[in-house]
Design a protein around this ligand. Structure first.
Ligand code: CU
Length: 195
């Protein structure tokens, strides 16, 4: 091996090491950036949450609506579907007294018929009791968290939700590449300086 060949192989080794360093830093950064919003549950996602009025609901109480309680985040929309064969309502309030926050059937003009749906978006955190205007024994609660994981509610996986991790991943990969290149460039200057 000539001196030039040794230097060349050292340089190749140096590139290899720096690529490994870049991958070692970049890969966990990409994984972390992808998992971060899932773990932190960024509250900006407007999730669509499905709920049902269950079969035989009129003879039920806290199990008439499912899931119950329904835990969501601010900005989420719940859509109730009447899976029962009888008409019902989704009316906010307690003790059979409406509080006017939401109602599938104001004045009982439009009942939730079988397979009928009613949607409501929750813009404020808090607990929202509701009941059926026809069968006051049917009761449920929506619990809206100010932000973050409220447990059990699937988050939106649309492209909007992916933008943040993608930006973080690109930034992390760029930083890793710059660090890797800087180390390589320094070693290269050092090896050419000493014959
Ligand atoms: Cu009912």
């Amino acid at each position: 091996m000539t001196a030039n060949q040794i230097i060349l192989s050292l340089e190749r080794f140096s590139i290899l090491v720096n690529v490994k360093i870049a991958v070692a830093i970049g890969l966990p950064a990409v994984v972390a950036a992808t998992l971060l919003p899932i773990l932190a549950s960024v509250p900006a996602y407007a999730a669509n949450v499905a709920a049902n009025i269950t079969i035989g609901a009129q003879s039920k109480t806290t199990d008439a609506y499912s899931p119950n309680p329904l835990k969501i985040n601010v900005g989420d929309t719940i859509t109730w579907t009447n899976k029962d064969s009888a008409p019902h309502t989704v009316t906010s309030g307690s003790s059979a007294t409406p509080d006017g926050k939401f109602d599938s059937s104001p004045g009982f003009r439009q009942l939730l018929i079988p397979e009928g749906t009613f949607s409501h978006t929750f813009e404020e955190a808090g607990e929202y009791p509701y009941y059926c205007g026809l069968h006051a024994n049917m009761v449920g609660t929506v619990i809206v968290a100010a932000g973050g994981d409220n447990g059990g509610t699937p988050q939106d996986t649309s492209i909007t939700a992916l933008i943040f991790p993608i930006i973080v991943a690109i930034l992390a990969a760029s930083i890793a590449a710059i660090i890797g290149y800087a180390r390589f460039a320094r070693k290269r200057t050092g090896s050419s300086g000493t014959p």
